[in-house]
Design a protein around this ligand. Structure first.
Ligand SMILES: Cc1ncc(COP(=O)(O)O)c(C=O)c1O
Length: 605
């Protein structure tokens, strides 16, 4: 393993000047850490579950505590106090917006359980529900059963039911309503409305009803297709008006209480939120004029998480929870005031923003495949006399420094290497030629990259330079199991070593998982440490663990993951931090064993 790479040359400051603060800034912690994650003076990542500087623990200490219980990475650490704090942040944002605007409706944050259905998450949310005015949303029959169970001790928790609902599911909703649960099915299709009325009549229960609308106002961002007129779910406004009229004619207008729309997750632009809120409010006003009750508007999910930490990246958002709340409240108020109608209650189904920060995936670097040291003394003279033109070109490029056009030298070296590979494949070059060419390329390429990075420029053609630029850090986890959105959607997640932030990182690494799939790797990271591709990391020390945390993985990742290569769920631990900054392990949930994974695909073990 080499101890320096061409890239390091760009950072010319002596190592002694690198502090933990530099490390924190390098990895973008002050941005995406959102006050929950930072670095201490010893260069260790700390968690501050309620953003208070005095309640702070190093993740390294948390792992030491877990190790005493025999629990080692890969592990998903959940910090329930972060979830509680997030719920408070969203609550506070809406309370302020409502009070500033003189708004007269109430606000409920309804957690869509599909974002993470783990029992612990649901139970924590339902325990917080009475104090923070939270609700739960179920998108399927199984989720509804989980929600009803999780709210057994807090039966006043509002429940919203979205998604496809067959008779069995609707009947369960009717039964829950009969037991006094505040439950509202959101009608997605006309046939559902007819079935809901039939089943509630049969049991003589007045179930409140909601309608999901396809709005014309589009969302903004990667998930914008989940809203809009072409979306899979919901009624067109004309269909909703027909449904409302039919209910009103049947004397049931008072049961139509909720209007819902979801314009997509991780909304990138508040303008889209404003337009959707206004359109939804306008439909509500019109339906009220027809005679429907419409007491509540449910704007769905979309409150974003700043995975890039304020950098202008593909997964950053440019607004705060306060601004989001103000946009919703102000637009709704304006429409209802104009119409002279009383303000409705408001719901958002904010999932990602509630649970993403809570979970950190910790993985051990178990091996490094570093690019070999630049070879000294390849036979330049011999290559220069070769009958093969690309070998002669590589010899010339390796012989002298790249001069004032390092990008051009790099391109010529890449082209010559490609030509030599072609000659080898065609049988015109032998193994010795190819090996010599590879060594010459390394000498020429490394010195060109070195010269380039000293000018501050990124090398061109990074894809063709992978062997020069990146070391492969193998980590014991599966991207398909633990970070499916990275693989499926190219979503970036912040990552950083848990220790040694007070040391300048010297290696540019691609994080490779343990699956045999070449897609199982992380190459793109927010923060300066990810500029140019890969993530700057330290050289692991023999005998000492080197651990990397992947952050903000609490939303969707645990639940969408799959069994590729039969990697099961990693173990999970629920950890709270006490007032003295000590990690308290509340619960350890073992991961899937190989036996478990084999059984899931029908093998006897
Ligand atoms: C109907 C509905 N509500 C809420 C959500 C949660 O969205 P988010 O996680 O962005 O808050 C989704 C997610 O796609 C959804 O489809």
């Amino acid at each position: 393993m080499t101890s320096t790479t061409p890239f390091q040359a760009a950072d010319a400051a002596p190592p002694s000047r690198w502090t933990a603060r530099d490390g924190a800034a390098h990895y973008g912690l002050p941005g995406w850490g959102a006050g929950y994650f930072d670095a201490d003076d010893a260069g260790r990542v700390v968690v501050r579950p309620d953003q208070r500087p005095d309640r702070s623990a190093a993740l390294d200490d948390v792992l030491a505590e877990l190790a005493r219980r025999g629990v080692t990475p890969p592990i998903l650490i959940r910090f329930p106090q972060i979830l509680e704090h997030r719920a408070g942040v969203i609550r506070g944002a809406f309370d302020r917006a409502i009070s500033d605007a003189g708004y007269r409706g109430r606000y409920t944050c309804v957690y869509p359980v599909k974002v993470n259905q783990h029992r612990g998450v649901l139970e924590r949310i339902s325990a917080l529900a009475p104090a923070l005015g939270l609700g739960l949303e179920a998108g399927s029959k199984a989720e509804l059963i989980a929600v009803l169970a999780a709210t057994a001790d807090t039966p006043g928790t509002p429940i919203i039911c979205n998604g496809f609902k067959d008779d069995e599911c609707l009947d369960l909703i009717v039964l829950a309503a009969a037991m006094g649960r505040p439950i509202t099915p959101i009608i997605e299709r006309r046939a559902e409305l007819d079935a809901a009325l039939r089943l509630s009549d049969a049991r003589r229960v007045d179930v409140a009803l909601g309608l999901r609308l396809k709005l014309a106002s589009p969302g903004a961002g990667r998930w914008q297709a989940s809203g809009g007129l072409g979306s899979k779910f919901g009624l067109f406004v004309a269909e909703a008006a027909d449904a409302a009229r039919d209910l009103i004619h049947a004397g049931l207008g008072r049961r139509l209480t909720v209007l819902h729309s979801h314009i997509g997750s991780q909304i990138a632009d508040l303008g889209a939120v404003r337009r959707a809120a206004r359109e939804l409010a306008r439909v509500a006003v019109e339906l009220r004029r027809l005679g429907a009750s419409i007491t509540t508007l449910d704007l769905g999910g979309g409150l974003g998480v700043d995975y890039d930490g304020g950098a202008d990246g593909p997964t950053s958002i440019g607004y705060t929870a306060d601004e989001y709340a103000r946009a919703l409240v102000d637009e709704t108020r304006a429409v209802f005031d104009d119409a002279g109608e009383p303000h409705p209650d408001l719901i958002t189904e904010s999932g990602r923003a509630l649970v993403a920060h809570e979970s950190v995936l910790v993985t051990d670097v178990v091996g490094v495949s570093a690019h070999a040291p630049a070879p000294t003394g390849p036979d330049i003279a011999g290559a220069g006399a070769s009958t093969l033109a690309p070998l002669r070109d590589l010899a010339r490029l390796a012989e002298r420094p790249p001069g004032d056009d390092p990008a051009g030298a790099l391109r010529r070296a890449l082209d010559a290497r490609d030509a030599l590979t072609g000659a080898f494949t065609a049988g015109r070059a032998n193994l010795a030629d190819r090996a010599l060419g590879d060594r010459l390329f390394r000498v020429a390429g490394l010195s060109a990259v070195d010269a380039l990075t000293r000018t501050g420029a990124d090398p061109p053609d990074a894809d063709r330079l992978a062997d020069l630029l990146f070391d492969l850090y193998f980590c014991n986890f599966s991207i398909f199991q633990s970070l499916p959105d990275l693989w499926a959607l190219g979503q970036r997640f912040p990552a950083c070593p848990l220790t040694r932030l007070d040391e300048r990182p010297t290696r540019r690494a691609v994080l490779c998982d343990m699956t045999c799939d070449s897609d199982g790797e992380m190459r793109s990271f927010p923060g300066p440490a990810g500029v140019g591709g890969g993530l700057m990391l330290h050289e692991p020390r023999p005998g000492a663990p080197y651990r990397v945390g992947v952050f903000l993985v609490g939303a969707y990742q645990e639940i969408l993951g799959d069994l590729h290569n039969l990697f099961g769920d990693p173990g999970a631990a629920h950890v709270t931090i006490d007032d003295a900054g000590r990690a308290v392990i509340e619960e350890v949930i073992p991961g899937d064993s190989a036996d478990d994974a084999l059984r899931l695909v029908g093998h006897d073990t």
